[in-house]
Structures are given as structure tokens and as C-alpha cells.
Design a protein around this ligand. Structure first.
Ligand SMILES: CC(C)(COP(=O)(O)OP(=O)(O)OC[C@H]1O[C@@H](n2cnc3c(N)ncnc32)[C@H](O)[C@@H]1OP(=O)(O)O)[C@@H](O)C(=O)NCCC(=O)NCCS
Length: 446
């Protein structure tokens, strides 16, 4: 039997996500292109998998290319005001026909038993209904947009009860008014309002681009934007309005709603590529993700450790203990000493940790158990943990910070530590020094 350690490490790395996603609501929005391209079948496998892990799914589909094609078939021209289509009675007929057709196709694909697929015989039950109430956009710049509408209300209670039955809710970019009229909506408006009303954990838009890029119009260097805060998202939109940066067409549509949803309580919004098979899984189940993630505040947070962090800290330090870089600590010891630890959290995952052991008689402290997960290295986490530990030591009246290390000497030297003798350690620590490990002792005056 071959022991595949990569598999075990991978499985363990995915487990925290599986636990935290169970019974959470994800809203996934995609344009009509996904269905037109025949890509939806790949997505169905992944949706099935998410559903089987207990994720509550709401799908919001678009139909722009299908509506465009139908209008062309019937030789109908529609005009636009501020980017919004004027939906007259004839255009509304095309909208209804296109949305009806695409909905049936989506439902059929979601109903497939998918033999020979990763989720054989796992058909999804689809819930549909009059979940979206709409109102007319009205008159803009003197033009009546007629059947073009916006979301007035989402019946979150009705959707939630279907989700709790294990069904998937499918929403179309159509809404009804209390007077019985039908309105043509945008998928981004429906998706954002649904995510807000359902207090969704995640809102995911599938787009053409892989990761949002900041592409300055003056030709200066393009930068990738794997993570954005709401404030950064707003600043980017303002720069776009001033024509200082370029944005892909679908990002121009989705980003304002993504930012708005985050501001109004959706924990995370993801913009990911619709062209990569498995993109949704890669974005959701890997530390780094593959698209752009938007959150209200910074994703990284340095804080004192809590007892619930013990498991994650153990997972982080175990490989380093096994290779001899860190001294072994068992769960009981870690639980007892958790008050000495600080952690860096990245999007609710523990990315790094460090501990501080005070020796007040010697006006000194020891920094121990400094570790950063390999996925987050070389991004300043180690520095941030060290700065925090130094500040804590200083506030306790310490003048010196010690560290014992076997393999990381240069990292500490570059940060102002100098090598010293075991005899310089606080007396209480000298007694515990392990002569077999032959760690080097470093000290920094703080
Ligand atoms: C040491 C460690 C905490 C640094 O974390 P980090 O978040 O990557 O640190 P920073 O981003 O602040 O610094 C990264 C820089 O340190 C360098 N660095 C990392 N490990 C190093 C080492 N062992 N020796 C010298 N430099 C090192 C990196 O190359 C990088 O430099 P670069 O940006 O010029 O390439 C991390 O590498 C780690 O967890 N190592 C294993 C555990 C360990 O050795 N802990 C110390 C035990 S006392």
C-alpha cells in the first residue's frame, strides 16, 4: 500500500472549510453565456458536491445573450438609457421567452442523475416561485423604461423554507409587481438583493476574467486584485468613473453590486472565472483562492489566541515539530498556555502564531512557537507577529526578547537579534535548555 501524504495533507486542509460551510447559504450568479457555452454541466457537478456537503444553494441566472438573439430573430431594436435596456411590450415578450427557455434547460441539467460523474445519482431538487417582487425603474432622462424594473423585495422566508427542505432555489432576472405586471431585471440586482435578504455567507459571480486587475489607463503597471475591501472596491469604481482605470465589461456590471452586498451584510463576495473547470471549488476550498474576494474589512486579523484556536494551531505547528524546527507541544500543554499565544487569522483560517513567555525577574521575555503557514509566507505575517510580541513584551516592562532557534537564525538576525550564550538566558529558562537540540540563543534589546 502506498501512503499518499499529499492526499492526507490536502484532505486535512479542506476539512475546516467543509465544517464552516455546512448549512450556510451561498448565492451563485452567472450570465446566460454559461448555459449557451455548454459549461453549465461542469458547474452542476460542483453544485451537487456543495449541496451534498450541506451548503444551501441559490442560483441566479442571466439571459442577456439569449434575449439579444431573440430580439435579433424578431428584428427588434431596443434602446438603452444609462446602460439600462428600455423594455417595451415586444421586448418583454422576447425576455419572457428567453428566460423561460433557459430556465427549463437549467432545471433539466440539474435533474440529471449524472452517471459516471463524481456525484452519480445525486439529482438536485429545484425550487422556483414568485420569490422576487419588482417595481418599475420609471422615467430616466425623460425616457420611460417601461418593463425594465428593479428588485423591490425578496421573499427570504419562502426561499429559506425551501432551502431547509434540501432544495436548491433558482431565481431568474424577472420580477412581478403587486399589480401583476412583469419586470425585466438584471441578474446582478437579483443576486445581490437575494444574498442580502437571505443574509448569505457568500455571493459568487462567475465572470469572464480570472482575477480582477487594476489596469491604469495611463499604461502603468497592471496589478492583480485577489482581495478587495469594500473601501478599496469603492475607490476602484471611482477611478473607473474618472477613466483612470479600465475594468472588464462584466466586472463593470458586477462590482458595484458586489460592493453593495458586502456593505449590507453579505460576509464575502467572490468574482471568479466561468472558464475554469472547478473554479468554484478552488475559490472556496483553498487558502489562496483563484479569483477576487471582497469583504467588508481587511481579511487579515492579528489577535490574542482563544481556546477554540488550539486545533488549528496544532495543525499549523505539527509539521514543523515533526521536522524538528519547533519544540513539541501536546494539546494539553497548548490548552494550558493558550493565553500566551497570538494568532494571525486570514479569512477565518489561522495563518500564523507566536507565543510570549515572560521572565519578570530578569525583565526579559522569550518569543516561542513562531510559525506561519507555508501558503501565507513572505507576505509580512512573520514580521507582524514579531512586532506584536515585541510590543507585548515592552508593555510588560521587559528590556530583552530572547528566542531559541535551530533553523531560522538569519530571519532573526535580519530583524535586529544577536547571538548570545545560554548563560545569558533568564535563570529559570537556563534550567530548561535542551542541550541535545543545540538551539542557538538570540536576543534583541527592546
Ligand atoms: C520564519 C517564518 C515565521 C517567517 O514567516 P513569514 O511570514 O514568511 O515572514 P515575513 O513575510 O515577515 O518574512 C519573509 C522573509 O523571510 C525570509 N525567510 C523565511 N525563512 C527564513 C529562514 N529560515 N532564514 C532566513 N530567512 C528566512 C523569506 O525568504 C522572506 O524574505 P524575502 O521576502 O526577502 O524572500 C516562517 O518562515 C516559518 O513559519 N518558518 C518555519 C517555522 C520557524 O522557523 N519558526 C521560527 C522558530 S523559532
Amino acid at each position: 500500500m502506498r501512503f499518499d501524504t499529499d492526499f492526507v495533507a490536502w484532505f486535512r486542509s479542506v476539512a475546516p472549510y467543509v465544517n464552516s460551510f455546512r448549512h450556510k447559504t451561498f448565492v451563485l450568479a452567472f450570465g446566460g453565456e454559461v448555459v449557451a457555452d455548454g459549461k453549465f454541466i461542469e458547474l452542476v457537478h460542483d453544485l451537487n458536491l456543495l449541496a451534498s456537503l450541506g451548503v444551501r444553494l441559490v442560483l441566479v441566472h442571466g439571459a442577456r445573450p439569449q434575449i439579444e438573439a431573440r430580439l435579433n430573430e424578431r428584428n427588434l431594436q431596443t434602446s438603452y438609457v444609462r446602460g439600462m435596456r428600455v423594455t417595451d411590450a415586444a421586448a418583454l415578450q422576447c425576455v419572457k421567452e428567453s428566460i423561460g427557455r433557459i430556465r427549463v434547460e437549467i432545471e433539466a441539467l440539474l435533474s440529471m442523475g449524472l452517471p459516471n460523474s463524481p456525484m452519480a445519482n445525486a439529482a438536485i431538487r429545484v425550487a422556483s416561485g414568485n420569490f422576487v417582487t419588482a417595481r418599475p425603474v420609471g422615467i430616466v432622462e425623460g425616457v420611460d423604461l417601461m418593463h425594465t424594473g428593479e428588485v423591490r423585495r425578496i421573499d427570504a422566508a419562502a426561499i429559506r423554507s425551501r432551502l431547509e427542505q434540501g432544495e436548491l432555489a433558482l431565481l431568474s432576472p424577472l420580477g412581478y409587481s403587486p399589480t401583476g405586471e412583469i419586470f425585466n431585471l438584471t441578474l446582478e440586482n437579483v443576486a445581490a438583493e437575494a444574498a442580502i435578504a437571505l443574509k448569505a455567507e457568500k455571493l459568487i459571480f462567475l465572470m469572464d476574467t480570472e482575477v480582477l486587475e487594476k489596469e491604469p489607463s495611463d499604461g502603468s503597471e497592471v496589478s492583480l486584485l485577489p482581495e478587495l475591501t469594500v473601501a478599496e472596491g469603492k475607490a476602484l469604481l471611482q477611478e473607473f468613473a474618472r477613466q483612470a482605470v479600465r475594468l472588464p465589461e462584466d466586472a463593470q456590471l458586477y462590482l458595484p453590486f458586489a460592493v453593495q452586498a458586502c456593505e449590507r451584510g453579505v460576509a464575502r463576495v467572490h468574482l471568479i472565472s466561468r472558464h475554469i473547470d472547478g473554479a468554484v471549488l478552488m475559490e472556496l476550498f483553498t487558502h489562496t483562492g483563484i479569483g477576487t474576494m471582497i469583504s467588508e474589512g481587511p481579511l487579515q486579523n492579528l489577535r490574542d489566541a482563544r481556546i477554540e484556536d488550539v486545533g488549528a494551531i496544532l495543525q499549523l505547528i505539527e509539521p514543523l515539530e515533526a521536522e524538528g524546527t519547533l519544540v513539541r507541544r501536546n494539546r494539553e500543554l497548548l490548552e494550558m498556555e493558550i493565553g500566551r499565544f497570538v494568532v494571525i487569522e486570514h479569512d477565518s483560517m489561522i495563518a500564523g502564531c507566536a507565543a510570549l513567555y515572560p521572565f519578570p525577574r530578569d525583565a526579559a521575555c522569550e518569543l516561542a512557537c513562531l510559525a506561519v503557514h507555508p501558503d501565507y509566507r513572505s507576505a509580512g505575517c512573520g514580521d507582524a507577529l514579531l512586532r506584536n510580541i515585541e510590543a507585548k513584551a515592552r508593555s510588560q516592562g521587559s528590556k530583552k526578547l530572547f528566542v531559541l532557534t535551530t533553523r531560522t537564525a538569519h530571519w532573526f538576525i535580519e530583524r535586529g537579534f544577536v547571538e548570545t550564550d545560554v548563560g545569558e538566558l533568564p535563570k529559570a529558562k537556563q534550567g530548561l535548555y535542551n542541550y541535545q537540540r543545540r538551539s542557538k540563543v538570540f536576543v534583541k534589546n527592546i
